[in-house]
Design a protein around this ligand. Structure first.
Ligand code: RB5
Length: 145
């Protein structure tokens, strides 16, 4: 899979862990995040979310202290569906039911091994379509209101 990863200063170590983990599984991972310098999450989320919306990557993994700031900012970009996850069950269902393309994780909340499990589950799961596609289509129309 083609994956873009981004992060602010609160999540540099977790970014590095996930980058090596995902690359080791054969994914093509592009790093658009901070490498430790103070980074404003709205700008980092916007830049990477635009690439997801443009179809340049299959998935995004956005990391900050809680995951919340990255998630809120990413969801302001048209065409994006971002979620915050602290466990793998929601990560899987957010793909299967909500067709989420961006996974946000809080580096101050989730340990690195759990973060890897969450990311693996998210990437492996497939959108089920059907009634779920109708619901996704319904809420995506909110963007044109
Ligand atoms: C940065 O201190 C922190 O606010 C940020 O990483 C994130 O948790 C925001 O939602």
């Amino acid at each position: 899979m083609k994956i873009v990863i981004t992060n602010d200063h609160a999540a540099t170590e977790l970014k590095t862990e996930l980058l090596f983990h995902l690359a080791g599984k054969g994914h093509a991972v592009e790093d658009m995040g901070s490498n430790g310098a103070r980074a404003e999450y709205p700008e980092y989320a916007r830049a990477a979310a635009k690439k997801i919306a443009a179809g340049e990557f299959d998935f995004g993994i956005f990391l900050c202290g809680t995951g919340a700031g990255m998630c809120i900012a990413a969801n302001k970009v048209r065409g994006v569906r971002a979620i915050v996850c602290t466990e793998p069950f929601t990560a899987r269902l957010a793909r299967e039911h909500n067709d989420a393309q961006i996974l946000c994780i809080g580096a101050r909340v989730v340990g690195r091994e759990l973060a890897k499990m969450i990311a693996d589950e998210f990437i492996a799961a497939k959108f089920e379509g059907g009634r779920h596609a109708e619901r996704v289509d319904a809420f995506m129309k909110f963007e044109s209101e």
